[in-house]
Ligand binder design. Structure first.
Ligand SMILES: [Zn+2]
Ligand SMILES: [Zn+2]
Length: 292
């Protein structure tokens, strides 16, 4: 009897709890959402084609990669690329929602995915440093980090059309999440057309003169490098094993998609030149949301 009464009293609450699910951003189902699943439903989360073990150490591709090992691939100006996920049909739809339909609700999801990819890159480099420590006896830094974040720019024409630079929003979000400074360093003078069907040589030619560093880029690089250098120098005086490691400014370059690498490569080249004008060696690590 008591149970019946209790049941009668609690029933409306049960119903309320059952219907209090939220709408999943990516599939529209009403269900419970959690931060563990990046704010989408479990099913959608499970369908993300994460790249956890890249086969190609250069471009971060999940599958075997002839592009990066071919000799005529030309000069690479960045250390490596890592991407959060493989660009499949679902990811294409998510990106379309965000980039072309301007659905801002997708930004936090894509940023969380990038953040995971960044943490994974940190771990990967930490592992490499441990191996080299065993070989050389030279201690690694406490935790590997990029020094700053920047993004691949869009042309003015695209900016007017879309109203925002999709890569910049992702980069700024990531910078806030991992507590690194963000600065715009590049500009894009013209827009290029779809490149996937061209040969690598043609793509490289197409990219000539597309990107330029902003007039203030060299100064930003110098200011940041100087402040980090003096900080690490103080650290090195405590840890003498670190003293001989050469300094270079590590820039994390963000874009939504990595396809052929020609965009990232052209941007990296400009960033390196901007550093060189100030006598500062720059290393570029590319982090992209998806690898096509
Ligand atoms: Zn869902
Ligand atoms: Zn590759």
């Amino acid at each position: 009897m008591l149970m019946d009464t209790l049941d009668r009293i609690l029933k409306p609450f049960h119903r309320l709890l059952a219907s209090s699910g939220q709408k999943c951003l990516t599939c529209g189902r009403i269900t419970s959402l959690s931060r563990e699943y990046l704010g989408i439903c479990r099913t959608c989360y499970m369908s993300i084609p994460w790249i956890t073990r890249p086969r190609c150490i250069y471009c971060g591709r999940q599958i075997g990669c002839p592009d990066c090992t071919r000799e005529q691939a030309g000069p690479w100006h960045f250390v490596c690329n890592r991407s959060a996920a493989t660009y499949n049909a679902d990811m294409r739809e998510w990106l379309a929602q965000y980039k072309y339909r301007g659905n801002e609700a997708y930004a936090p999801l894509l940023i969380s995915m990038l953040e995971r990819a960044y943490r994974q890159l940190q771990q990967e480099i930490a592992k490499k440093q441990q191996i080299s420590f065993h070989k050389t006896g030279q201690a690694a830094e406490v935790q590997w980090q990029a020094h700053m974040i920047t993004s691949v720019p869009v042309s003015l024409e695209r900016l007017k059309e879309r109203g925002f630079n999709q890569a910049e929003v992702l980069a700024r979000g990531l910078a806030a999440a991992v507590k690194l400074p963000y600065a715009e360093l590049l500009q894009r003078d013209r827009h290029t057309h779809k490149q996937s069907f061209k040969s690598r040589m043609d793509r490289l030619k197409d990219m000539e003169g597309v990107f330029r560093s902003l007039p203030e880029a060299a100064e930003v690089i110098e200011l940041l490098a100087t402040s980090i250098y003096s900080r690490t120098k103080a650290l090195k005086s405590i840890n003498s094993a670190m003293a001989d490691a050469p300094f270079s400014l590590r820039i994390l370059l963000i874009d939504d998609i990595y396809t052929t690498g020609s965009t990232i490569n052209a941007c990296s080249q400009e960033l390196k030149i901007a550093g060189e004008t100030q006598g500062i060696p720059v290393e570029i690590f590319s982090l992209t949301w998806a690898r096509s």
